[in-house]
Design a protein around this ligand. Structure first.
Ligand code: CMP
Length: 143
């Protein structure tokens, strides 16, 4: 069993795509164990995007992710990181395959609707940036 951190970015919230995105993750068989609509602070954004510091798009990234509410989520399941990334699609909406979230709803690289952890280690690190342990629930998924 693995956990992953997913976040509907400000463009996804603005476009009313939270429900569509959550539905796709549920249908895949992943289990939601934490979720909240929140405003990302600059401190959280810097921690979250630490690996991109120094890149040309870094400043834009911080400005965008703190520009409005995001829908932060923790999902779990077998191979949750890979399963979620498969549903999300490639970073650039134009390159993402139809049928994926970005392929169906995004055109841009900056405004690509959703973040998904790219490894087990990053998932655990990112969950720690956005959630307290007390905000996550544990329950049996029988089907
Ligand atoms: P995400 O994978 O969620 O996290 C890093 C983000 O940087 C990525 O989504 C894109 O939204 C954004 N980004 C902007 N420009 C680029 C780029 N040239 N290459 C990769 N990511 C980029």
């Amino acid at each position: 069993m693995e956990r992953t951190y997913l976040m509907v970015k400000p463009d996804g919230v603005q476009r009313g795509l939270i429900g569509e995105i959550v539905a796709r993750l549920e249908r895949k068989g992943l289990q939601l164990i934490g979720a909240k609509l929140m405003q990302v602070s600059t401190e959280q954004a810097k921690k979250h995007y630490a690996e991109h510091e120094g890149k040309v798009f870094y400043d834009k990234l911080l400005t965008f992710i703190t520009s409005g509410p995001v829908f932060a989520m923790v999902w779990q399941g077998d191979e949750a990181v890979a399963a979620a990334r498969q549903l999300i699609g490639k970073t650039n909406g134009l390159e993402a395959a139809p049928g994926t979230i970005r392929g169906d709803f995004a055109i841009h690289t900056n405004y690509n609707l959703i973040h998904g952890s790219d490894s087990h280690e990053n998932a655990e690190r990112e969950i720690g940036i956005f959630f307290q342990d007390s905000e996550l629930v544990s329950y049996e998924k029988n089907i």
